[in-house]
Design a protein around this ligand. Sequence first.
Ligand code: NAD
Length: 486
Amino acid sequence: MAKFEYAPAPESRAILHIRPSYGLFIDGEFVQSSGGSTFKTINPSSEEVLAEVTEAGAADVDIAVRAARKAFDGPWGRLPGAERAKYLFRIARILQERSREFAVLESLDNGKPIKESRDVDIPLAAAHFFYHAGWADKLDHAGLSDGAGQPPRPLGVVGQVIPWNFPLLMLSWKIAPALAAGNTVVLKPAETTPLTALLFAEVCQQADLPAGVVNIITGAGQTGRHLVEHPGVDKVAFTGSTHVGKAIARSLAGTRKRATLELGGKAANIVFDDAAIDQAVEGIVNGIFFNQGHVCCAGSRLLVQESVADDVVMRLKRRVETLRVGDPLDKNTDVGAINSAAQLARIRELTQIGESEGATRWSAPCVLPERGFWFAPTVFTGVSQAHRIAREEIFGPVLSVLTFRTPQEAVAKANNTPYGLSAGVWTEKGSRILWMADQLRAGVIWANTFNRFDPTSPFGGYQESGYGREGGRHGLEAYLRTGASR
Ligand code: NAD
């Protein structure tokens, strides 16, 4: 198929000022670590070092948690909701005003295409703050009070740990509801993508947020462990892998801490023979190649009805061939860089296993840049349910295609997973959509669309995809002591 040639359209980096090194953001200011160790964050599309970042140790975590406690016990804890809302609105507006700066920084540190950070991550992050700002003064009317009319109360200090796939967006999913509900937070971004969280710390300063309400500490898994295990933390909110989520759940067992865990997924994207096939193909592409497939709810298992399978796979490959893979800062890029060498190694390992288990591999014939971490969009056909590529989360641009004959078979195959975060259904029949939604064990089910997010809509998993919801009234409840949970 003829491809359009595009002239390079790189977004400028001139808007950004990345400091050579960053401290920790504690009690309203950037401070040095008491331990003094640092690590580098790199641009995964070029392996260029972007900045040196502080590795927070146990003593730093303790200082941050104490700062958050002091802020909670101080004026912030007594501030009326309408006043808290003003800070959230202010943060939302600053995110919008500085959106280009955030988008460029996110694409540099994460490797995602600028058109995604510009059109999805940053606008949604601002939307989360706007949405939750609206809740801050209405909590007494959210239907969360107990029978005796006791209004809901904040939990206290929240420890939050987030992954690298949507750095600023995951931060906003965590911080916006926590502050709207009146809590204070200590947040740890992922070690490969700390920069937008550190820029967010500057936004907190710009918004005159009282000191200690938001604390950002950087570091790897050990720092996260210190945070979630700190006795001064009242609630843990974690997004990341199921493996780490289980370790956190074990460490919290027997404590009084609340927890919400948003973990991995292996979603089924189900295409029936009456679906609008070209639209479904767009949805399949968006489902697995958006954000290089680094998406917990990615539609990584395509279940396609046997009668249309050949046609769907043919059209899918034709479409995938047109995806432009390359420089994340180029506005024409569809698929950017893999976030880290470790993640690339994992994707390679699982795709090799897919081949050795007998599935048929097809990769888009694209030229990959020499430096950096890259993986061509890949489709496996002839996949069976027993294959590891059909069971394990690859977290990369790799799709496994399976077929089915009846709706019952589609449901059985879709539910044959330890996860349960999302699913997609493509069909013309409304009744079938409703029946499928009833049968599928997944937290979010998209009908004739995929990967759509909205702050008003709760998001979360079943089974090994975790527990608790983020977004909407349900997500807010997770940050409040309510009638049901006092
Ligand atoms: P990860 O679990 O390795 O790391 C996530 C975060 O946890 C990082 O900040 C890391 O430093 C920290 N961490 C690591 N070990 C820790 C420990 N023992 N205690 C506390 N913190 C620790 O996951 P990842 O590779 O960064 O992210 C990818 C995973 O996240 C995928 O499995 C993906 O599905 C999942 N994810 C889920 C959602 C969701 O909403 N369900 C959203 C995005 C990503």
